[in-house]
Design a binder for this molecule. Structure first.
Ligand code: RP5
Length: 162
């Protein structure tokens, strides 16, 4: 079974991350969820990331707000793919989190989704893991077909009103 970790910098991030967990589970991806802070518990973050590959994780999703260094610090401690979710948790509408997450130095990338983009982080993880797990590729294809059918239904509904 594919396995990923979802790490958040604070419990206050959790409400915007439930969708991420739901999407991962809908694809049959095991997810281990932790609160660990790059600033408040830096040793815990480093230890988790250092041992993530040997502990069977295949990607790490990291969510943080404000000075959002969590994903970047994790990326510095592992060569697993790291997906960053900037959280909107300040007066700056998440722009601070977005830039803190995405602006990584060369060689240490963080695949950053939109501010509050937890669901897309899960879809991206599923797409990455689909290289190894054919059942994920199949489920992703089916999901795309469902989305397209929904758009076609919306198109018909709007056109019928005119
Ligand atoms: C970040 O600071 C967290 O990821 C959170 O988004 C933000 C605020 O944290 P709290 O002060 O709510 O714990 O580290």
């Amino acid at each position: 079974m594919p396995k990923v970790a979802l790490i958040m910098g604070s419990k206050s991030d959790w409400p915007s991350l439930k969708g991420c967990v739901d999407v991962l589970r809908s694809f049959g991806i095991e997810v281990e969820v932790h609160v660990a802070s790059a600033h408040r518990t830096p040793e815990k973050v480093a230890a988790f990331a250092d041992s993530a590959r040997e502990n069977g994780f295949e990607a790490i999703i990291a969510a943080a707000g404000k000075a959002a260094h969590l994903a970047g610090v994790i990326a510095g401690h592992t060569t697993l793919p790291v997906i960053g979710i900037p959280i909107k948790s300040s007066l700056m509408d998440g722009l601070d989190s977005l830039l803190s997450t995405v602006q990584m130095p060369t060689g240490i990338p963080v695949a950053t989704v939109a501010v509050g983009g937890g669901d897309n982080a899960a879809y991206l993880a599923a797409q990455m893991l689909s290289i190894k797990y054919p059942e994920l590729a199949k489920k992703l294809g089916e999901h795309r077909e469902k989305m397209a059918a929904a758009i076609e239904a919306d198109d018909a509904e709007i056109r019928a009103q005119l």
